[in-house]
Design a protein. Structure first.
Length: 306
């Protein structure tokens, strides 16, 4: 009488537990950031947008050159106005927001949405990465890329202005600008990266995430401008109301950092700087809220409630 023989166990030789090196927790996010930066820099569209951003700061250098030539022609009669003119020109050129916004949209709209569509988050989190590592890696990669995309042409333009006048005279004439200009690119980099991370995490299609962020950024700004221009609004409130929107927060904080608004279009130039406290408060709410959305949405598995 034959006896039933149990089948032999199946050995899957293709599976291996992770036995690679485990970096310290604070360093694991950097692998994802480095991959994010390299992927963005391999795309031609990024370099096209970067070139357009460089042209923006070439415009600043051109204004400095024209001012220098006018100073020579008039025999130094305009020298007393140069510090004020240079500060105004710096913030006016910085206020050309379209190219920074375009770069942020290009690299950030699909930062998490593309992974949602490809179900790649499960793959990332199956490696020695936590959810915090994943979000921090994406966020930091976007901040670093946006910062240096702005800082490099800005640095070249400011160095040209310093060489045009002489470093000693430049530092004595514009000490505040010389001190704070490296911090200027950090404000839009952090704001764009934080908000795009949250909006991208809510979507599975990068195009929809990009459209949503564009709508929020532009429509909110138009609404704030309309409210600030309303006849019933007092003059001392116009300046702050104008900046209570994502775009306004970015450039209102920059203006306070540099110490001048330049010449705001559609408003009298004598309007004061916006209050920095409500702008900083709104910036913290937008950044923290967007990152919190990303934390809630990023999961190793999709939870279906029924």
């Amino acid at each position: 009488m034959s006896q039933d023989v149990a089948p032999p166990p199946i050995a899957d030789l293709t599976y291996r537990n992770y036995d690679g090196p485990k970096a310290l927790r604070p360093l694991r996010w950097w692998t994802l950031s480095r991959s994010f930066i390299r992927t963005a820099m391999r795309k031609k569209a990024f370099w096209v947008l970067f070139g357009l951003l460089c042209m923006q700061w070439m415009l600043f250098a051109l204004f400095v050159f024209i001012n220098s030539q006018a100073d020579q022609i008039t025999g130094g009669a305009q020298r007393q106005l140069r510090a004020f003119n240079l500060a105004n020109t710096f913030v006016d050129v910085t206020d050309i927001w379209i190219w920074v916004f375009a770069i942020a949209l290009f690299i950030g709209a699909g930062s998490i949405a593309a992974d949602n569509r490809a179900n790649a988050i499960q793959v990332y989190l199956s490696k020695p990465l936590t959810r915090a590592d994943y979000i921090l890696g994406k966020w930091a990669g976007m901040v670093i890329l946006l910062y240096f995309a702005q800082f490099v042409p800005m640095l070249v333009a400011v160095l040209y202005a310093a060489l045009d006048q002489g470093f000693g005279e430049f530092l004595s004439s514009y000490p505040r600008l010389a001190l704070v200009f490296p911090l200027v690119p950090l404000i839009p980099a952090v704001m764009h990266a934080s908000m795009l991370i949250g909006i991208s995490a809510l979507n599975r299609t990068p195009a929809i995430a990009g459209i949503a962020y564009t709508g929020i950024f532009i429509v909110w700004n138009l609404l704030a401008t309309a409210i600030a221009n309303a006849p019933i609004v007092a003059d001392d409130s116009r300046s702050t109301l104008l900046f209570l929107n994502p775009r306004g927060v970015i450039y209102g904080l920059i203006f306070n950092l540099v110490g001048t608004r330049g010449t705001p279009p559609g408003f009298r130039s004598e309007l004061p700087l916006p209050e920095w406290a409500p702008l900083l408060g709104l910036a913290l709410v937008l950044c923290a809220g967007s990152l919190a959305l990303a934390v809630l949405r990023v999961r190793a598995v999709e939870v279906v409630k029924g």
